[in-house]
Design a binder for this molecule. Structure first.
Ligand code: TTP
Ligand code: MG
Length: 398
């Protein structure tokens, strides 16, 4: 396809062509490329400690009720004969990039929504090509060149593309044109609407609303009364409407923050507090843009302008507690104490797109919930609204 021919008509909601490409059981598929014996078996990718959770599992394992984010112990109970594989994030990152590179070379506008999901905006192309045929060819190209199974859905917006891709997985492709949107959505469970959480599901179920058609036939005013702005958005989605644009953004290579002190300081405790606050802010940014880092670094500039840096490679994460631990370790090794410091800084690099559940190889769902609760407060009241005890400046008593 000639890129110049792709005319974007984002504002023209009626003529949008949005495709979603989502790899099937991504981590498992990569593991299967390394070890062919895993093909056709119930495979679970997870951490190995008793407190780990499932990252993902093969469709064979899903038949036993195993799913992402399930505690490992429960997965083993449901699927005792499964093959449990420790994850290899570096490898997944490599294959994810391979897929992105293919899409970037062929698609006019794309958005990498997670480590294995890409939305493409093909609006305008329909005047020159059969968009569905084009997506199918791209899908085959990805499969042939990476060896990974991928599913694809083409429709008029992101929400329908997402729902449709989930319906045809694994190894499927589907086109839901505008005139078929309603009949496609109507019989599906409301659970299929992305972002419809458990609580909302319970409330709607208790009102007897189980299908998207039933939700569509309620009023937007009632949905707003019950669930606020989110209720209205859900109602719009049930009606097949979603104007969210496909936003192409370059993946950020690193995130950093540094601070120059007004007066040089050798107050160790204070320096550590500043570092912890910086890490919290950067980790919050990481999670906001759904990224994980695997390399953390600190920089210290002394009063004579000598600058020292140190970095550390860690398993991919966006969790505060792991990042703070790594930064503190670096600080201990890098700062001898007593020397007056002029500037201090933190940097995260080797980043990958992905939700933070992904770093759960050895983390507990409780920690994910804690971070998520803190982020909710920050989203509403600002970045400094919630802090760890260590970085609260408690006035000393005389
Ligand atoms: P998904 O696309 O949600 O799942 P999947 O590709 O494994 O399976 P599907 O065929 O349903 O698309 O997530 C992509 C990868 O992200 C997945 O392989 C592992 C990782 N992941 C986690 O680590 N934890 C999670 O909770 C989820 C949902 C995904
Ligand atoms: Mg996937």
């Amino acid at each position: 396809m000639n890129k110049i021919l792709a005319v974007n008509k984002l504002s023209d909601a009626l003529n949008r062509y949005i495709a979603l490409f989502d790899l099937d059981a991504f981590f498992v598929s990569v593991e299967r490329l390394q070890d062919k014996r895993l093909i056709g078996k119930p495979v679970i990718v997870c951490g190995m400690s008793g407190r780990s959770v499932v990252s993902t599992c093969s469709y064979e394992a899903r038949k036993f009720g195993v799913h992402s984010a399930m505690p490992l112990l429960m997965a083993k109970h449901l699927c005792p004969n499964g093959i449990y594989v420790n994850g290899h994030m570096e490898l997944y990152r490599k294959y994810s990039k391979m897929v992105t590179d293919i899409i970037a070379a062929k698609a006019p506008v794309y958005e990498k929504a997670s480590i294995d999901e890409h939305y493409l905006d093909l609006s305008g192309m329909e005047r020159f090509f059969d968009c569905y045929k084009w997506t199918q060819e791209l899908r085959q190209f990805i499969i042939k060149n990476t060896g990974l199974p991928i599913s694809c859905a083409l429709s008029v917006n992101k929400t329908i593309a997402k729902i449709a891709a989930d319906e045809v997985k694994p190894n499927g492709s589907i086109f839901v044109p505008r005139q078929e949107v309603q009949s496609f959505l109507d019989p599906l469970s409301i659970k299929k609407i992305p972002m419809l959480g458990e609580k909302t599901f319970q409330v709607l179920s208790s009102m007897g609303i189980s299908t998207i058609q039933m939700l569509r036939e309620t009023s937007p005013e009632m949905m707003k009364r019950l669930f606020g702005k989110n209720g209205e958005v859900l109602w719009e989605k049930a009606n097949g409407r979603d104007d969210t644009p496909v936003i192409q953004h370059r993946e950020r290579k690193s995130l950093s923050n540094e601070r120059t002190f007004e007066k040089d300081t050798s107050d160790r405790e204070m320096l550590e507090r500043v570092l912890v606050t910086m890490v919290e802010h950067l980790a919050y940014d990481l999670r906001k843009e759904q990224s994980l880092t695997s390399c953390v670094a600190i920089k210290i500039r002394y009063s004579d302008f000598t600058t020292r840096t140190a970095e550390k490679h860690i398993p991919f994460t966006s969790f505060d507690h792991l990042l703070i631990k790594a930064i503190k370790e670096l600080f201990v090794t890098l700062y001898p104490g007593n020397l007056p410091v002029r500037l201090i800084g933190v940097r995260f690099s080797s980043m990958v797109k992905g939700s933070w559940q992904m770093d759960l190889f050895d983390d507990t769902p409780q920690m994910a919930r804690l971070n998520s609760a803190m982020d909710t407060i920050r989203n509403r009241f600002g970045t400094d609204a919630v802090k760890r005890a260590v970085d609260i400046n408690i006035p000393k008593k005389d």
